[in-house]
Design a protein around this ligand. Structure first.
Ligand code: URA
Length: 431
């Protein structure tokens, strides 16, 4: 607890926010500290979270709330590294495997990437679940192992340890079951407390907008991006945000092993054009933020050096980058019901289908299937012919097909002779 945090009373703090008052610095410091210690009960914190969702917090309150969450745990320090650091955070989307090619690519350009990632919950996939499809790969590293790998390889993707922003860990789990995830002040402080505590020098936020994202409207995505950029900048982290489209899923796959394969295809110089475009756009921002804007990441993809870093990064965490990836036991092909142009492919429908096939989990402790997921054989704008494969569904359990097929119903449009206006992937930049 900070020195000026006086003892307060949970009901007093809840009532203040319920009645639309600003919380004082000392009320915020006290409530976060007392909640982390267990002196404020879950039902009291969930009531406060709902009052914040309904009545908001101003910039000062969000900034103080973030600082208090950082102060609840340890801060990492990468200042001993011989190169600058940059990280990326995505607010989560369907088929979003960008971290996998991006981290080794940026490291190949001379900037170290300390990526603390999470597991998937709900319809969006988790980076650690994807990497765990690689035989032998382990997500848990000690701080010392992480620092050593950052120096020797330049890129680490691993699980965030328990010591980082423990207040957020507790609060996020509570928000998840109390209908309070969607509050912009709580999302912004949750993400930024972890990224600031992680100690990266530069940060690029990929704020997703569209049907498959937390933020369904451009206005709310922009507000979230502006709030997070201000928090990062105030904390001395060079922070920018890209607002990117998540109405359509990224690439051609949503799952675990199949997304690893698509990422390896990108590192080998191929892969879907949208995945390559977004990877390069985020890499350029990370390099510029770390003072290496003179390096063109496209060169490092083309010359194979990003692939070299990928293999070293996987091996350093006991994975075998050359081993065959797991495959699902069962597959089911959905044929195009008509000929025409695919004019819409809904990210939420695809994400739900992948989740129902076993690629994601309903509860934190559930296992995921490495081989499960959805492959789509056309992207919006492509011409399709009646009867051609449109989706391939993959799972180990045949009984899962029925519900996955139901979630794809109404999730796409094929229109005859229609012209198609492509949405750009990068919609805007904040920062
Ligand atoms: N991701 C986080 O880490 N926190 C949130 O509140 C939402 C998404």
């Amino acid at each position: 607890m900070s020195e000026n945090a006086h003892a307060h009373d949970a009901v007093e703090v809840i009532a203040a926010k319920r009645d639309r008052h600003e919380l004082s610095d000392s009320q915020i410091d006290w409530v976060i500290d007392a909640y982390t210690r267990g002196a404020v009960a879950d039902e009291q914190m969930s009531s406060l979270a709902m009052a914040i969702l309904l009545n908001g917090m101003n910039r000062r309150e969000i900034s103080r709330w973030t600082d208090a969450m950082i102060a609840s745990g340890e801060r990492m320090d990468f200042s001993s590294l011989s190169r600058p650091t940059a990280d990326k955070h995505s607010t989560g989307g369907v088929g979003d495997k960008i971290t996998l090619p991006l981290a080794p690519l940026v490291a190949a350009c001379g900037v170290a990437v300390p990526q603390l990632s999470g597991r998937g919950l709900g319809h969006t996939g988790g980076t650690l679940d994807k990497l765990e499809a690689i035989p032998g790969w382990r997500a848990a590293l000690s701080n010392a192992e992480m620092l050593a790998q950052l120096e020797s390889v330049g890129a680490v993707i691993c699980a965030a340890g328990d010591g980082l922003a423990p207040a957020d860990k507790k609060l996020y789990a509570l928000r998840d079951v109390t209908g309070t995830v969607e509050a912009i002040p709580l999302i912004a402080s949750s993400i930024m407390s972890k990224k600031i505590a992680e100690g990266t020098g530069a940060l690029v936020l990929d704020v997703k907008v569209g049907t498959g994202a937390f933020m369904k409207s451009l206005d709310s995505a922009r507000e979230l991006a502006e709030t997070m950029v201000a928090l990062g900048t105030d904390a001395g982290v060079h922070t920018v945000a890209l607002l990117t489209d998540m109405s359509t899923p990224l690439g051609l796959t949503a799952g675990n092993a199949i997304e690893v394969q698509e990422s390896v295809d990108v590192l080998a110089g191929g892969g879907p054009a949208d995945v390559v475009e977004l990877t390069l756009a985020l890499a350029r921002e990370m390099l510029a933020g770390a003072g290496r804007g003179d390096v063109d990441p496209a060169d490092r993809l083309a010359d194979g050096s990003a692939m070299d870093v990928w293999k070293r990064m996987i091996r350093a965490q006991d994975g075998d980058p050359d081993a065959a990836l797991p495959t699902a036991r069962e597959s089911h092909v959905v044929a195009a019901p008509a000929s025409g142009v695919l004019t819409r492919l809904d990210a939420m429908a695809v994400g739900l289908a992948a989740w129902r096939l076993g690629a994601g989990r309903a509860r934190k402790e559930d296992p995921v299937q490495a081989g499960a997921g959805v492959v789509w054989h056309a992207r919006p704008g492509d011409q399709v012919t009646e009867g051609q494969p449109l989706f391939t569904l993959l799972t180990d359990d045949e009984h899962r097909f029925e519900r996955a097929l139901a979630s794809l119903e109404g999730g796409y449009d094929i229109e005859d002779g229609s012209s198609y206006d492509a949405t750009p992937i990068v919609i805007d930049r904040v920062g």
